[in-house]
Design a protein around this ligand. Structure first.
Ligand code: SF4
Length: 536
């Protein structure tokens, strides 16, 4: 029965996943409005090329560019949904502003991020070439998964993911014959986009390739694939070359010519090129200053910076480790005799409330359905994935609802509240019999809204986002407050009379080993979901 019930939930999520997504397209009027807020001289927006909208001034001259973080950021899931940002560049391809466009993520998290000026300012002034590699973006406390996903999505847009697909051809000895005529083999350089050039067993030098390093090397209107050739040991620059370009005519010739005459790079040390101020003294190109010149110099500098950078090992993920300890302890308390003792229950409830306040991670319908509809990024949400797996799988296979009985911070807070007031109340039987249906009704409404892609924030049906983002959104904050105040007098009031996630988890453990009317209803609903998703 446990397998059937878990299977029903997973099948319903799979149907949600199978629904076709709306074709996303950005409204040029919105681009213009947002771009104007950053660059007031912009009066119109030209046709997009590779997702870049030229921003034009009153004379029709370029005043900058704007681009959405989609489609590349469509693979970067936050807490429960995707987010799209707009990046506005000036004519020297430096970021002038990043603006929020849309988000399917938890509403309270999104509001918190929109109010965090520092978050949006972190990219201002950076060259486009450097946006694809930010190992340590600033994130917003209380909305960490959502803000980290936005920052990762922006990095993905500028090359951290997928740029190599635009230039899939492998590097060949002929590409570097100008510097290494005897080269007969190209080997791996140990880092993404870094290659070793060989003549037999002898190493001749190193080549860095922008598209495979995730460095956005852009000409006037499209991405270019630039290589930097270094001497053995990687200390001296021998030259640069253009392997390919997605720029459109006549600009592709512009890019090619600039790179062809870039003799200023030859013979310079890596440090000298990195230190060159491309705007103040564009001496690296014999053809002088130009838009392409700046873009290529910055791309080359970015490639050399990354080549130079000592990769610091990732910091110890203490938050994730604490979360895993908290979940494991909750699982143990939930299934062991020791965990049933009152003192152990109270002690663990305190731990859970602390974890809820500190981490803000909990299972909710918004999160579960968001994952169903959009998938999730395992690296980003690993502890939340473990928490969700424990909440769903343990009850299905043991009949014990360890998440509600022990781990859930909101349930734990109600347990502690109930300990503080000795006098307890109970609802009159008639009202009780009506109220216990509320969680099931709410659960049904939430899932129907998710299938209809209603756009109504599903986080509004539960109090959980208040744990991570605070009292930002009125409805979840109200449910949080009323539920918790009620718990002082009615034991676990919200759990019994309000919580749709609790209802879903109770579905897994009700009437162990016995088929019930709920199983029949769930089966019918899943068949309806299969039919609906196949008709869409
Ligand atoms: S019923 Fe809801 S609030 Fe209560 S413990 Fe379960 S998930 Fe948490």
């Amino acid at each position: 029965m446990g397998c059937y019930r878990l299977g029903v939930i997973l099948a319903a999520l799979a149907c949600l996943w199978a629904l076709p997504r709306d074709q996303r397209s950005i409204d040029p009027a919105r681009v213009l409005a947002e771009a104007k807020s950053v660059l007031p001289s912009v009066v119109s927006v030209g046709d997009a090329s590779e997702g870049f909208y030229p921003l034009l001034d009153s004379e029709g001259n370029p005043a900058g560019w704007a681009t959405s973080t989609f489609p590349q950021a469509e693979n970067v899931q936050g807490y429960s949904g995707l987010s799209e940002l707009l990046v506005v560049f000036d004519t020297s391809r430096r970021v002038r502003g990043v603006r929020f466009l849309t988000s399917e993520d938890t509403d309270g998290h999104v509001r918190k991020i929109r109010d965090a000026a520092d978050f949006w300012e972190q990219w201002t002034g950076k060259p486009e070439s450097s946006l694809g590699d930010d190992p340590d973006p600033m994130i917003v406390s209380g909305a960490t998964l959502t803000s980290e996903a936005m920052a990762r999505g922006l990095a993905a847009r500028f090359g951290a993911m997928g740029m190599d697909q635009w230039f899939p051809e492998p590097l060949k000895p002929a590409d570097v014959a100008k510097w290494f005529p005897s080269a007969d083999r190209i080997g791996d350089g140990g880092e993404a986009g870094s290659y070793m050039v060989f003549d037999g067993d002898e190493s001749l030098g190193t080549v860095l390739r922008s598209s495979h390093m995730g460095v956005s090397a852009r000409g006037f209107n499209g991405i270019s694939d630039v290589i930097v050739v270094l001497s053995t040991g990687g200390e001296k620059v021998l030259g640069i070359a253009l392997l390919g370009s997605r720029d459109n005519e006549p600009y592709v010739g512009d890019v090619g010519d600039e790179v062809k005459y870039a003799d200023g790079f030859a013979g310079k040390s890596v440090d000298e090129v990195i230190a060159e101020d491309s705007e103040a003294s564009p001496s690296l190109f014999t053809s002088g200053a130009s838009l392409t010149n700046y873009a290529v110099v910055e791309s080359v500098q970015e490639m050399l910076r990354r080549h130079r950078a000592e990769r610091v090992p990732e910091a110890f993920p203490w938050k994730s480790s604490l979360a895993i300890v908290w979940i494991a302890l909750g699982g143990f308390c939930g299934v062991s005799k020791w965990g049933r003792r009152l003192k152990a229950r109270i002690a663990y409830a305190v731990v859970s409330v602390a974890a809820g306040i500190g981490l803000g991670w909990m299972v909710s319908q918004d999160q579960l359905l968001g994952w169903g509809a959009n998938g999730f990024d395992v690296g980003l949400v690993l502890p939340l994935l473990v928490l969700t797996a424990v909440a769903l799988v343990v009850p299905a296979f043991t009949g014990k609802n360890v998440y509600c009985n022990r781990i859930c911070p909101h349930g734990a807070a109600q347990t502690l509240a109930g300990q503080l007031v000795k006098k307890r109340f109970a609802l009159p039987p008639k009202i009780h019999s009506i109220m216990v249906r509320v969680p099931w009704l709410t659960l049904t409404v939430i899932w129907v809204l998710a299938f209809l892609a209603s756009g109504i924030p599903l986080a509004y049906f539960e109090p959980f986002e208040s744990w991570s983002s605070g009292f930002v959104a009125f409805v979840p904050a109200s449910i949080f407050t009323i539920g918790l105040v009620a718990a002082f007098f009615l034991p676990q009031a919200y759990c019994h009379y309000g919580c749709p996630t609790g209802a879903l988890l109770r579905f897994l453990t009700h009437a162990p080993g016995r088929w019930t009317a709920r199983d029949s209803v769930a089966g019918v609903l899943v068949v309806a979901a299969v039919v609906y998703s196949s008709l869409k």
